[in-house]
Design a protein around this ligand. Structure first.
Ligand code: EAX
Length: 321
């Protein structure tokens, strides 16, 4: 009787342990508020992950206050499980990613999404594990536009002398220098205050970021420069990844694809409604930007990008159908 009692306790204990082990909460960060495109993508990823794993995996989402570079470092170390981040700081960890940050490389959203979801983009993702990161999918930040507090910018000459914050991204820094701007790289988490206090005059970001970060409160002018596409990525830590079964890895990847699709839908919505909203918030919008002049002004750095990333690789992206 005593033995039966003990073994019942053992069975109950084993069941409890199995129950406890079956629920894992993963921590995911993203840079902008929960209502933004990153929020939409991350929430959709988490909902799909929970659904596919029968709630064995749940997320705790940290929205809106992080420094992307610090998040990537934390994911590399395994102190954070996942982050949904722009490629801004990523080429400091995985240098070959810099090719997708080249200004005027992608023609439009359709071109960018097809390249990244196709063999070229997937080859780039395959290079991450060697650098201590797992890349689950390309999410999306959007085409970047210039804002500033000083003047209407139509052509490259108008930007000269403005202090413009850029991401901590070597390709972007070089491109801005080529048009006579002294770029001020800083983390996104410091940007609003820097604009408010006049530490910098301007910045550049996609419409979804300009909206969700409420830059209309600190910027007067928006020029629809669309000078560069800004991809983003859902990254996972090797520590988390190596703890997963093959079946769960597939669930994470599939959930990441669902998240990416939701993030892109939100980018589309913001692109459709955002400029009108920013106007209503008092921003003066320049729509007749001289895009060719910006493109031409950046031509000299293209030669450097070609030698760094390979002219053939750049051409393959440009000509991808
Ligand atoms: O990823 O740093 C940036 O300007 C990014 O575009 C922003 O954090 C969203």
């Amino acid at each position: 009787m005593k033995n039966l009692h003990l073994s019942l306790i053992a069975v109950a204990g084993a069941l409890l342990c199995a129950g406890a082990a079956a629920q894992t909460t993963v921590r995911v960060s993203h840079p902008t508020p929960a209502t933004s495109h990153y929020g939409a993508g991350t929430q959709a990823f988490c909902a799909e992950l929970e659904k596919r794993t029968g709630s064995r995996y749940k997320c705790q989402i940290q929205a809106g206050s992080n420094d992307e570079r610090a998040s990537i470092e934390a994911v590399q170390l395994g102190t954070l499980d996942l982050t949904n981040t722009s490629t801004g700081p990523v080429s400091n960890f995985v240098p070959e990613v810099g090719i997708v940050d080249i200004p005027f490389l992608f023609r439009d959203y359709d071109h960018a999404r097809r390249v990244l979801d196709g063999p070229i983009g997937q080859d780039i993702l395959a290079g991450f594990p060697a650098k201590g990161l797992i890349a689950l999918a390309w999410t999306e930040n959007g085409f970047r536009h210039l804002t500033n507090s000083k003047r209407a910018v139509v052509k490259p000459d108008d930007v000269k002398g403005l202090k413009v914050r850029t991401m901590q991204n070597p390709v972007h820094i070089q491109a801005f220098q080529s048009i006579g701007v002294q770029p001020t790289p800083m983390a996104f988490s410091e940007l609003f205050t820097a604009l408010q206090q006049g530490v910098v005059d301007g910045q550049e970001n996609p419409i979804p970021v300009i909206l969700s970060a409420k830059f209309s409160q600190v910027q007067k002018h928006l020029s629809l420069t669309g000078h560069v596409y800004s991809p983003s990525l859902l990254l996972a830590s090797p520590k988390l990844w190596n703890s997963l079964s093959d079946a769960d890895k597939a669930h994470f990847r599939e959930a990441a694809r669902v998240g990416a699709a939701a993030q892109r839908r939100k980018v589309n919505d913001d692109e459709n409604a955002g400029v009108a909203q920013l106007r209503s918030e008092g921003v003066a919008v320049v729509t007749n930007v001289d895009g060719n002049a910006f493109r031409t002004a950046m031509t000299p750095v293209w030669a450097e990008f070609a030698s760094k990333y390979g002219a053939d690789n750049i051409r393959r992206i440009q000509e991808f159908k």
